[in-house]
Structure formats: structure tokens, C-alpha cells
Design a protein around this ligand. Structure first.
Ligand code: SF4
Ligand code: SF4
Length: 98
């Protein structure tokens, strides 16, 4: 397998314990995708009773489609890190700022 090394903002915490990538309030996906043009939701969320076994890696933000956020440049996130959690029962990037 070829590997790439890139800098990404970290997902510093995530409150969505029912997501398969969530262990102890931390996202352990390699990278997440945020947004659907208007809403800064976590596109990588999926609900399952199983949780991934990789529990050292912390996810980065690979792409973000919400270009109304002040941290978004060219559909990429430029924040140092983001927090994911609930906003009016939606699973959102809580670092979203206009
Ligand atoms: S950031 Fe998204 S993919 Fe990661 S644990 Fe939270 S809801 Fe799941
Ligand atoms: S902070 Fe803004 S640009 Fe970064 S992931 Fe969240 S919504 Fe997207």
C-alpha cells in the first residue's frame, strides 16, 4: 500500500458515541468529511453497535463542503482542530463559524 503524509486539522473530540468511529469521545477514522454545502454535518457518521478497534489514531478533517465557514478555503478546513457534537440534535462540526 502506498502512503501519503498530509497535514489536516484534528478532530479534537466528538460526542457522538453511537458512531462506529467513536471510542471514548474521540474519532478514530483516518479522516472525516464535513458538510453538504449548507449544513456542517459529519458526513462520515454511521450508526452501529460495533466500534473500530484502532483507538490510537485521531481523525483529521479530509474535506469540508461548507464554504460559508470562515475556516474554509477551497473546500478544505484551515482550523487548528475541530469539535464534533450535537447542534439541535444534528451531528455537526461545532467549530463552524461564519
Ligand atoms: S467525527 Fe463523525 S465519524 Fe468521527 S466519531 Fe464523530 S460522528 Fe463519527
Ligand atoms: S470548522 Fe468550518 S471549515 Fe472546518 S470542518 Fe468545520 S465547518 Fe468545515
Amino acid at each position: 500500500m502506498e502512503k501519503v503524509t498530509i497535514e489536516m486539522p484534528l478532530v479534537s473530540s466528538c460526542d457522538v458515541s453511537r458512531c462506529g468511529f467513536n471510542v471514548n469521545h474521540t474519532c478514530h477514522a483516518k479522516a472525516i468529511t464535513v458538510g453538504d454545502n449548507f449544513n456542517p454535518g459529519c458526513d462520515t457518521f454511521f450508526e452501529t453497535n460495533e466500534h473500530n478497534k484502532e483507538n490510537k489514531r485521531i481523525a483529521g478533517v479530509g474535506a469540508c463542503k461548507v464554504n460559508t465557514c470562515k475556516h474554509n478555503i477551497d473546500f478544505e478546513c484551515t482550523a487548528e482542530s475541530i469539535v464534533v457534537g450535537f447542534s439541535k440534535q444534528k451531528i455537526n462540526c461545532l467549530t463552524f463559524t461564519t
